[in-house]
Design a binder for this molecule. Structure first.
Ligand code: 5GP
Ligand code: MG
Length: 180
């Protein structure tokens, strides 16, 4: 069901921003590129939990390669602000070695998390590493990152839904909402 109504989460009000059909259309375009560019490479997708679970799920359904997916978990956000410090709950391992890696991220804001991941993964000797991020807040980026697959470049406003949360709430919505 399409919801054009604002939603309230805790003390904040959010308004519809990108609806499910547009999300799925863009994800399909990314999948088509990956299907073409990773033929015979047996890529290993790494989903960065928690926020990327819906993106990873819808993207993987459109991948028609022999491929695998694994999950890692990090946290750096507190409420609506990045803390700059990254806590690794479970991370990379030697399973990364010699594999063609595609990191699936929900959103890149300052780039601090992705910068940390891209540096950190190198110690496990992957064959190659690329990034697919559903959202990029271009104006906030503090690092020079090589991002191969970008879903949507968005303004510097906090968003929720489609896996993304505000203080743990709101991941369940199928559309993306922007802070009012
Ligand atoms: P960065 O390290 O690039 O500053 O932030 C990356 C992480 O912060 C993302 O993986 C995500 O968990 C969180 N984040 C950044 N911007 C937003 C946003 O607008 N909404 C939500 N819900 N999380 C965000
Ligand atoms: Mg994330």
């Amino acid at each position: 069901m399409i919801n054009f109504k604002d939603i309230e989460i805790k003390d904040l009000c959010f308004t519809p921003f990108i609806l499910r059909d547009e999300l799925l259309g863009r994800i399909q375009e990314i999948a088509i590129r990956i299907n073409d560019e990773y033929k015979d490479k047996n890529p290993l997708f790494i989903c960065v939990l928690n926020g990327s679970f819906m993106f990873a799920s819808d993207l993987m359904k459109q991948i028609d390669l022999q491929s695998e997916i694994k999950f890692i978990s990090l946290s750096s956000y507190d409420g609506v602000k990045s803390t700059g410090k990254i806590k690794e709950n479970f991370g990379f391992g030697k399973w990364v070695s010699d594999r063609h890696i595609i990191i699936l991220e929900d959103i890149i804001d300052t780039g601090n998390t992705m910068n940390y991941l891209l540096k950190n993964i190198q110690q496990w000797d992957p064959a190659s590493v690329e990034v697919a991020t559903l959202f990029l807040k271009n104006e906030c980026l503090d690092y020079d990152l090589d991002l191969k697959y970008i879903g949507f470049e968005i303004p510097n406003k906090f968003i929720v839904g489609y896996g993304l949360d505000y203080d743990g709430i709101g991941r369940n919505y199928q559309d993306v909402y922007q802070l009012k």
